[in-house]
Design a protein around this ligand. Sequence first.
Ligand code: NAD
Length: 289
Amino acid sequence: MSYNLLKGKKGLIFGALNEQSIAWKVAERAVEEGAEIVLTNTAVSIRMGTIGELAKKCNTIVVPADATSVPDLENLIDKTMEHFGGKFDFMLHSIGMSPNVRKGRTYDDLDYDYLAKTLDISAISFHKAIQVARKKDAINDWGSIVALSYIAAQRTLYGYNDMADAKALLESIARSFGYIYGREKKIRINTVSQSPTPTTAGSGVLGLKDLMDFSEDMSPLGNATAEDCANYVLTLFSDLTRKVTMQNLFHDGGFSSMGMSRRAMKTYGKGLNMRFDDVHDNHYPFGHE
Ligand SMILES: NC(=O)c1ccc[n+]([C@@H]2O[C@H](COP(=O)([O-])OP(=O)(O)OC[C@H]3O[C@@H](n4cnc5c(N)ncnc54)[C@H](O)[C@@H]3O)[C@@H](O)[C@H]2O)c1
């Protein structure tokens, strides 16, 4: 269903690799809501993935760029403005990768060259993209910039490794640049902290399936899907959220505010010599999960 939320708006979307990608869903929904978009990814990801199909569907171009390379980003912003015939309104950073995770290096045995790459790809690239866009005055006043984050920035989750540090830096960049770009151009910058989601990057997280089951059990609304995430991101690109900036916005079915749910307690109580069902049925006669 379309609400024409983004009618007349133009945006640049980083990070659609394949149909599972969160950026893919955002691109599809943005176009459904009336936006024009330009897509970008690394040359390798363009070759390995299926972004060409998305471009066809969205009637647009794909500009190759490594988001850690300032010259690539300069070329990308120039090409994007050329395509649109001027400035644009929104930008999505949906990029994450950790060579330490990929190579099985644990957090207490990090390779520091890999760590530098993790931070550059997953966080500093956000700074670079914003800095290049600002220097080229590429984004219209009251524009909106969003990056995708994860709760491992605030809480320790087994196996998330150096990506936790990258997400903490990413969220900090949103605040620091949000102040500057907001003050100057009323451009807002936020991060959306999304539930675990089955994508290519997601499947790199140790025990993704178990993590998804855990957060599904803990969240009163259940995990947010990639489609749910796209819908939320669209609201942040729309004119309905013009005073929301420098925030890390949890989009996780309530997970981030939970301590323990009944569903999780039932699961984790199984090994204990206690009858949780009885205890809970007495305490919660209405059967809340
Ligand atoms: N999947 C999850 O569980 C989850 C949860 C919360 C947040 N996120 C975040 O969502 C974002 C998108 O990930 P996804 O889950 O859609 O996975 P994905 O694998 O589909 O997307 C990751 C993208 O990053 C791109 N990328 C990697 N290195 C790059 C570089 N140097 N330059 C430009 N692009 C590069 C990849 O090509 C890919 O398109 C990431 O920031 C991820 O951390 C994912």
